[in-house]
Design a protein around this ligand. Sequence first.
Ligand code: NAD
Length: 327
Amino acid sequence: MSITENALRNLVAGDLVDAVEGGVREVVNPATGEAIAEVPEGTQADVDRAVAAAKAAFPGWRDTTPGERARALLRLADRLEEHGEELCRLESANVGKPMGVAREEMPITVDNVRFFAGAARVLEGRAAGEYMEGYTSMVRREPIGVVGQIAPWNYPLMMAIWKIGPALAAGNTVVLKPSELTPLTALRLGELAAEILPPGVLNVITGDGEPVGAGLVRHRDVRLVSLTGSVATGKWIARTAADTLKRVHLELGGKAPMVVLDDADPAAVAEGLKVAGYFNSGQDCTAATRILAAPGIYDDVVEAIVPAVESLRVGDPAEADDLDMGP
Ligand code: NAD
């Protein structure tokens, strides 16, 4: 049943491992409802093991230069590029993305790794100054330590990169938890990274929001927690992180309107909406999920968008390459 040659396992301390308590979860292809892989189902014990590995790896990684970290990330980008087609297939089967969409995302994902690799070498700081007589004050940017990172289901690999790229480039060590629904490309990312990064610098563990994501949020040795996900999860994390005075970085959902004024071209609005509202099955934090149309153009907009949306090609990504939407 597995779509990968080997079972995908967690990455902890440089090793590919099963869940501490042996749990397993079936991962489903949403286009067919069929199980396509089994992955470890984590518990608090997996959180503890991974955080300990990241903590142990931190002093060594912190003391590397930005140039050394950039070189490692650039190698990782090359590896992802070499495995691009395989990663697209995994993403398509696990998320239900048409292959065309997965292939559009892959070069952006790889380029993001390269961007973060370079960005950490050109960080700017404020100039030092004498604000009190006899004292020089300065701002020095330092990595914070272990960063817990929690990703959503809709762009699994790209969101994993947005999380780990800046954190690793800045000298932090990471425990990444992908969505329990779409963990396959993040686990493959872990495998590829294991050949490049020192043990423990990046750890990837799978499991539900509670206990694995929440375990990261509550853990005393995690210094910052970063979520890309829903507003409800973000609110819970912000509240819970306060107990250990963790820093929090949240990228949440939206409810973006498309505003249509009377002098707009309804046909252009309809074409724009096909992308802005329906790309990635409309499962996008910036998706245009509402249309606010001025009274003079309202009827014409409705008349234009209904056939435009009906023209979207929907289907099983495994069966056609030119779909607009999977399940
Ligand atoms: P979600 O909030 O249900 O889950 C996101 C992640 O949080 C998952 O890994 C989940 O396991 C974990 N989680 C759930 N409960 C948790 C808890 N109590 N503690 C810690 N972790 C917990 O979101 P989703 O459905 O996977 O993703 C879709 C959402 O993400 C949408 O709202 C979308 O707009 C948003 N999103 C935002 C961006 C952005 O860049 N702002 C990008 C992609 C998606």
